[in-house]
Design a protein. Structure first.
Length: 505
């Protein structure tokens, strides 16, 4: 602290600083928030039940799940709604639904769009689409919204994961046969014809996630499996795109082996550049629930976050990894301890895995009681779907979105400073930090009347004690009354405290 400011930090501040995670923002962001998107949720239509899957094609967001109706923002169930049976599409810029409204007879659990933005594939439990037989997987034209005729692989059980690359659609789930040919939980079909290929990794348990490397040369799969093609590969693997053979992936060793007391499954994958990000949910007390990052070429572990509370979704944007979970204990990573409440939406540094500056929240409901279950992004936004009914304390069911629109969340309103004068010609002024949902570090400026007398950067988290700053203002006139106020800024939003007055000795 510079002596010229005559400022001291209290013991509480020192203790708080020791509890602050070491991760620092690693990427410049739009003024007002410190990660890639703001914590302010944008206006979006809602659903009447859980959203399990999301995908983006251009300016369209596809959402699938257990819902049968969608409704306008701010409306209660049954008001301002429209029929959408398990699948819907929304304008990515406005959150308003499109006319895309096929009729399905069962839930959607997975969605993938082709890299060229022309096709969207959905998977789930359904067996008909618009009255036409489609056994748990269906293909639509993005341009027309029409079901593609003749594309009809018959899959005998749930499709929970999809990915498209070139002329191939990779499929994962709980099934055992495709077109009456044995394919245990993993298969691939032609995007043009729907014909089954020879790709056959043969998983012994469910597959929940599939992603392809940026160059398209590797397929990453995650789930609850223990073997692939009869060889040991637990929960996470990288595969040959043609044969389905598994390569060595050292990062998989970070996931604990399956036991009676711990079953940690990969629930989601996301790839950005040469990194693959892996979300785990564990059953059993203390069973691994975190996120890890691996090199997408070598499979080597880059970092691992070990927060407890099942992670269902991850989405990487720039140097940030957004995480949907019901995290309740991140003390192992220098974050919040247990019994500080559920944190359903968090961001991690994509470089270090440390907690970053983004703290919106949802509630949790439905069967999973997790909250967010799926993410999608067009590059400058994060769409979140799940079984939640509230976002940032406001009613909003099933679907929400966060963008990089300038501004972000405002800092908390600072209290009037504590002021006193116990020495001649001198005042002592103290003020605590406040919280901001999308900034960790804020700027505090102290004014005497209209005169700026000091400015400080302070860091604060909801799970640490407020940092107290004390300023000794000298050279004042005995007998005068002086008013002090504090302004808090996140770079764009400013909050100002009420004034506090003291008579100088």
């Amino acid at each position: 602290m510079k002596k010229a400011l005559l400022a001291v930090v209290t013991t509480a501040a020192v203790v708080a600083a020791a509890l602050v995670p070491s991760g620092r923002p690693v990427e410049a962001a739009a003024p007002g928030f410190a990660s890639a998107v703001s914590a302010v949720s944008q206006t979006t239509w809602q659903t009447n039940a859980s959203v399990n899957a999301l995908a983006v094609a251009g300016n369209t967001v596809y959402a699938g799940g257990l819902f049968t109706r969608i409704r306008q923002p701010g409306k209660e169930v049954g008001q301002g709604d429209a029929a959408r049976t398990y699948i819907a599409a929304f304008n990515r810029s406005t959150g308003v639904p499109t006319r895309f409204a096929p009729t399905l007879n069962g839930a959607v659990w997975s969605i993938a769009t082709s890299p060229d933005g022309k096709w969207v594939v959905i998977g789930g439990d359904f067996t008909t689409v618009n009255g036409v037989a489609r056994k748990r997987v269906a293909l639509f034209s993005v341009a027309t919204g029409e079901l593609v005729g003749g594309w009809d692989p018959a899959i005998n059980y749930r499709v929970a994961a999809l990915a498209i690359r070139g002329n191939t659609v990779y499929v994962g789930g709980s099934f055992g046969r495709v077109d009456n040919v044995v394919r245990n939980r993993l298969a691939a079909v032609s995007l043009k014809t729907g014909v089954l290929t020879s790709w056959n990794p043969d998983a012994d348990d469910d597959v929940h996630a599939i992603e392809l490397s940026a160059d398209g040369n590797l397929v990453f799969v995650g789930g609850g499996f223990v073997t692939l093609q009869g060889s040991p590969h637990h929960a996470l693997a990288m595969l040959n795109t043609t044969t389905g053979a598994a390569y060595s992936m050292p990062a998989a060793a970070a996931i604990p082996a399956k036991t009676v007391d711990c079953d940690s499954r990969v629930k989601d994958l996301d790839i950005l550049g040469n990194k693959v990000f892996v979300a785990n949910a564990g059953s059993g007390i203390g069973c691994y629930d975190g996120v890890l990052a691996a090199d997408a070429s070598t499979g080597k572990l880059l970092w691992q976050s070990s927060c407890l509370g099942a992670t269902e979704a991850v989405k990487a944007i720039g140097n940030w990894v957004y995480k949907g979970s019901h995290a309740h204990d991140c003390s192992q990573d220098g974050g919040f301890p247990d019994k500080t409440g559920m944190h359903h939406l968090l961001v991690l540094s994509g470089i270090t895995g440390k907690l970053g500056p983004w703290f919106p929240n949802t509630d949790a409901g439905g069967e999973t009681e997790v909250g967010p279950l799926a993410f999608a992004s067009g590059g400058n936004d994060v769409w979140a779907g799940g079984d939640f009914t509230r976002v940032n304390g406001v009613p909003q069911q099933g679907l929400t979105r966060f963008t990089n629109a300038p501004g972000g969340a405002r800092p908390g309103l600072p209290a009037a400073p504590k002021v006193s004068s116990t020495r001649a010609n001198r005042a002592t002024v103290g003020f605590p930090t406040v919280l901001d949902l999308d900034n960790i570090s804020l700027t505090y400026t102290l004014y005497r009347g209209k005169t700026k007398v000091g400015s400080w950067k302070r860091t604060s988290y909801s799970w640490t004690e407020p940092v107290m700053t004390t300023f000794n203002d000298s050279g004042l006139t005995s007998g005068q009354s002086v008013a002090y106020r504090v302004e808090v800024s996140d770079g764009r939003n400013i909050r100002t405290s009420a004034a506090a007055t003291v008579r100088i000795r």
